[in-house]
Structures are given as C-alpha cells and as structure tokens.
Design a protein around this ligand. Structure first.
Ligand code: CA
Length: 219
C-alpha cells in the first residue's frame, strides 16, 4: 500500500492499460499512425484520453474547446464522448497535422462535431469572446505552446460557464518543473502552475497522469 502516488514502471503501466483501457478502434489506429510520427510525443497518452472522455461525460459537456489539436487524438477522444449535438472548437496553426486529424475524425463518424479553426489560438478565442460566446462552453483542453498557456487559460476561463472545466496538459513537463528552470518553456510552466495554485477563481487538482494534467473548475 502507498499513501502517495505510485511510480509506474513498465510492468505496472502495462497492467493499468490491460486492466482498464477501452480505446475506440479509430483512436487505436490513430495512435498506431502517430507512433512513427516525428512529433509523436505531442499525442496524449491513451489512458489520459479515456480520463478526459470520462470528465467530459461527468460534467455533461456539450460545447468544448481544444487549444492545440496536432493529429487529433485528444479531440477524437473528446468528440466521441460528446452527445450527438455536441461540438468542439479546435484551435491549431498547422494544416498539415490537422489534415491527418480530419481523416480519423471522419472515419470515426465525429467530424461533424469538430469545428477546426486554423489560426493562432489566442485570435480564435478572442473572436469567440467578441462574438458573445463567453460563459457558453463546458470544457476546454489546453495542450499547445507552453509560453502561451497563460493567455489560453485566461481566454478559456472567460469562455467557460460556472462549473466548467479546464484541463491543461504537460504541467509536470517530464519532471523538469521541480528543478531550477533551464529553458523558457519550463519557466513558463512553473509560473503557470504557481499562478493556478493561488487562483481563487477555480477549484484545482494536479493529476499525475501521463505528463501531468492540471484540472481547474471554474467557480
Ligand atoms: Ca501535450
């Protein structure tokens, strides 16, 4: 028994997946496709996708935002968990990556739920706010350039309803956040984590799943 979070060695991690992973065939296929991709580490872990899908269902999310789509694994996991009339606004700057994503979304029959905006995410989020969408979203997932996290978080917080949830990826950054920062991304994540720890606007939990997932529920 342990009173702290376990370190998962390969054997225990394999057990966790064997014992609990329920992966849609399109998600499994996309993960296999990403395995050989040069930026494969930008895809979230499968158990994290399943966890986020559970969160989406738990809060009854219908309208969601994703900042940083890459080849679409997390958006696919989210879209599969949304009701038939649900929608996800996906923000990314890469048409190359999101073209791959769209193929898998179509294959899984959820492409109609995903509204992809190819533009700097801050611009897309500002447009939504300017168009009166503040307070009208249930869930947001932030997984993009770490220097932009604070801007994305503030915009997403404005766009969320009370009780809505923001999930922020990579907040443990391979463990680097616990050591003096050697680069701008680590420093940005440290500052971001510090800010959220003190942010009275949200309820907070840092979940040590995959590379660290910060959950912030809007009060
Ligand atoms: Ca990530």
């Amino acid at each position: 028994m342990s009173t702290r979070t376990l370190n998962l060695d390969d054997t225990l991690y394999r057990y966790l997946l064997d014992a609990s992973l329920r992966e849609h065939p399109a998600l499994a296929e996309l993960r296999e496709f990403n395995r050989t991709h040069p930026q494969a580490s930008m895809q979230i872990a499968p158990e994290q996708g399943q966890f986020m899908a559970l969160l989406v269902r738990l809060i009854g999310a219908r309208r969601t935002i994703e900042v940083g789509v890459f080849t679409g694994y997390s958006a696919l996991a989210t879209a599969l968990a949304l009701p038939p009339d649900g929608c996800l606004i996906g923000c990314d700057v890469s048409r190359e990556f999101t073209d791959v994503a769209r193929g898998f979304w179509e294959k899984a029959g959820v492409a109609h739920k995903i509204d992809l905006r190819i533009a700097p995410a801050a611009d897309t989020l500002d447009d939504l706010i300017a168009n009166g969408e503040a307070g009208r979203f249930d869930f947001a997932f932030i997984d993009a350039d770490k220097g932009g996290y604070d801007v994305y978080y503030e915009r997403c917080l404005a766009l969320l309803r009370t009780g809505g949830l923001i999930a922020v990826d990579n907040v443990l950054w391979g463990g680097a956040v616990a050591r003096p920062a050697q680069d701008a991304d680590t420093a940005a994540l440290q500052a971001f984590n510090r800010k959220l720890h003190a942010d009275e606007r949200v309820d907070l939990s840092l979940v040590p799943i995959a590379d660290g997932l910060m959950l912030a529920r809007k009060r």
